[in-house]
Design a protein around this ligand. Structure first.
Ligand code: AMP
Length: 279
């Protein structure tokens, strides 16, 4: 497995690859969720490239860029075990030399859900992803449904800009108790970790109600809110949003239908967790 740090090295490496290249973009501190994307890539592609880059442009001013967990040694080990062919591990100045004046901004689908609360986040994501696509030129790129809005935004960018890459969205990998795996789960203390499972619990409760025939959005949201309210400590935790959306437009629906998603974002202490479930 190669670990390459410069764009030049990566391009030279890429030139020599004949078969299909699968690409997994990550911010490191890898877990089984990332590994599932790598496995999906391995099934379809003869060469798998993983990028590890904590992209400063997708963090807001008061967000967790400085304390975002990093452990490159562990990441390299996980990638080796997952039979990754190459890690692209650039430094900040390699990706952003400081003289750039271009950003890629996808409209509309970035306005809902997380976009409302993190107004500069998605343009940071799309700008870095298109740069990575241009550097790596993958045939297929793999993203997780864990970041549902991100996957929709990237699919939209790829279509709108006629990017020559197929986008695959892979299902959410969860801990045994249902908590969606995330690098940010590391921030949770024991008490917070115990509370965190409520996100998934509340989503499954609403999905069960949907299965039993409830289509009214207000009713479904109330089921979730009631469940999450049980763990919310006033002034410490906070529900950011609970929404039922069409998974292509990301617009809130009036009546829930099969294939819609319920998405949720909650602050447990200082840690912002997101999750979603497809009806
Ligand atoms: P991140 O390193 O958090 O930026 O995530 C990199 C990629 O892994 C994104 O496409 C995420 O959606 C995906 N991912 C993160 N957590 C999970 C998970 N629990 N299950 C599946 N994919 C995930």
């Amino acid at each position: 497995m190669r670990v390459l740090k410069t764009i030049k090295e990566l391009r030279e490496y890429r030139k020599k690859i004949m078969g299909k290249v699968g690409f997994v973009a990550t911010m490191g501190y890898l877990h089984k969720g990332h590994a599932s994307l790598i496995n999906a890539a391995r099934k379809e592609c003869s060469n798998v490239i993983v990028s590890i880059f904590v992209n400063p442009k997708q963090f807001g001013r008061n967000e967790d860029l400085d304390k975002y967990p990093r452990d490159i040694k562990r990441d390299i080990k996980l990638c080796k075990e997952a039979k990754v062919d190459c890690i692209f591990y650039p430094e900040n100045k390699e990706m952003y030399p400081g003289d750039e004046s271009t950003i890629v901004d996808v409209e509309k689908v970035t306005e809902a859900l997380c976009g409302k609360f993190r107004p500069t986040h998605f343009r940071g994501v799309t700008t870095v992803v298109i740069k990575l696509f241009n550097i790596i030129t993958p045939d297929i790129a793999y993203f997780g449904q864990k970041d549902l809005q991100q996957s929709v935004v990237i699919k939209k960018m790829t279509k709108d800009l006629n990017l020559n890459v197929e986008i695959r969205v892979c299902s959410i990998i969860r801990e045994k108790d249902g908590l969606a795996m995330s690098s940010r789960n590391k921030y949770l203390n024991i008490e917070e970790r115990a509370k965190a499972v409520t996100l998934y619990k509340s989503l499954t409760k609403a999905r069960n109600a949907f299965k039993e025939g409830i289509r009214n959005v207000k009713e479904l949201k109330t089921i979730i809110k009631k469940e999450v309210d049980k763990i919310i400590k006033k002034g410490i935790d906070q529900i950011q949003y609970i929404d039922i959306i069409d998974i292509n437009s990301l617009k809130s629906v009036k009546k829930a239908k099969k294939g819609d998603a319920i998405a949720i974002a909650v602050f447990i202490g200082k840690t912002r967790l997101i999750d979603n479930i497809i009806l």
